[in-house]
Design a protein around this ligand. Sequence first.
Ligand SMILES: Cc1cc2nc3c(=O)[nH]c(=O)nc-3n(C[C@H](O)[C@H](O)[C@H](O)COP(=O)(O)OP(=O)(O)OC[C@H]3O[C@@H](n4cnc5c(N)ncnc54)[C@H](O)[C@@H]3O)c2cc1C
Ligand code: FES
Length: 289
Amino acid sequence: MNPFQTYDARILEIKELTPREKLFTLRFVDPEINKEFTYKPGQFVIVDIRGFGEFPISLCSSPTRTGYFQLCVRRVGRMTKYMHKLKEGDIIGIRGPYGNGFPMEEMEDSNLLLVAGGLGMAPLRSVLWYALDSGKYKQIYLFYGTKSYEDILFRDEIIHLLKHGEAMNCRVKLAYEVESPSCIYLEKGFAPKVCKGVVTDLFRGEELDVENTYALICGPPVMYKFVIKELLDRKLTPGRIYMTLERRMRCGIGKCGHCIVGTSTSIKYICKDGPVFTYWEALSTRGLI
Ligand SMILES: Cc1cc2nc3c(=O)[nH]c(=O)nc-3n(C[C@H](O)[C@H](O)[C@H](O)COP(=O)(O)OP(=O)(O)OC[C@H]3O[C@@H](n4cnc5c(N)ncnc54)[C@H](O)[C@@H]3O)c2cc1C
Ligand code: FES
């Protein structure tokens, strides 16, 4: 499989996750490509809507589940609106996977603390599934902040893990900002794992085993500063904090220069050197966060 070539992929299933986000399950039309295609949690593909344009989307499924892959697409502008109009059976172009992804092997035998805000749940779902399927990690924590009940991505999976996660060494906590009967019902059923507030409220009363934990963060830009403060306050070192970052991209392969950040002393291509960076790298690269 040539990662620079675009291949046809068929939409097998479309699921409406929220009023703004749809989950697309895809499979390459060519069975050989389908067999060869693999990726790391945190990597992304470029979606090519023939004759219309291209855009990057994180893989939100896990490479442990073969034969298909999934993309969670929020409708924001021209391309994503078009994608939301597609139907099951339609064919789109896919190239990739691109980017570095999370260092899953390096983190084996450690605890993983996943901190997701809003759409940031998409790439972290890939990590979550990978960690649960592989069984190579000690304890998995997911702290997920969402605006409202309706905005919870992969709601069925999140509720399942709230109920049964502990049996799989997975502890899920959920913070919501807008109160509704459904949220109150969740809070009553799963207190203290569900609360009204923002994602950083979920750190309250939590100690971190800093020698054995990696934190993985993805969410809106405003979230990073506050989450990192919680982690540093608990003495997690910058090298154990991984963040996945988004920028406007074009080529996705380090050629066009569209996604460059930093200054002459430290330049990074988000598409090629990232989109996953440690907080340590962020400290030495201007404009990364
Ligand atoms: C590595 C990477 C992974 C991504 N993963 C996902 C994903 O899993 N799911 C998903 O829904 N989206 C994801 N995105 C964002 C997605 O690529 C954009 O939403 C999409 O390109 C918008 O195209 P559009 O034509 O619909 O919107 P446009 O008309 O191009 O833009 C509409 C609005 O969205 C903003 N916008 C567009 N692209 C970005 C961006 N990259 N970062 C921040 N704001 C942007 C614009 O400033 C504008 O306000 C990812 C982006 C990157 C770089
Ligand atoms: S998107 Fe072209 S160099 Fe990164």
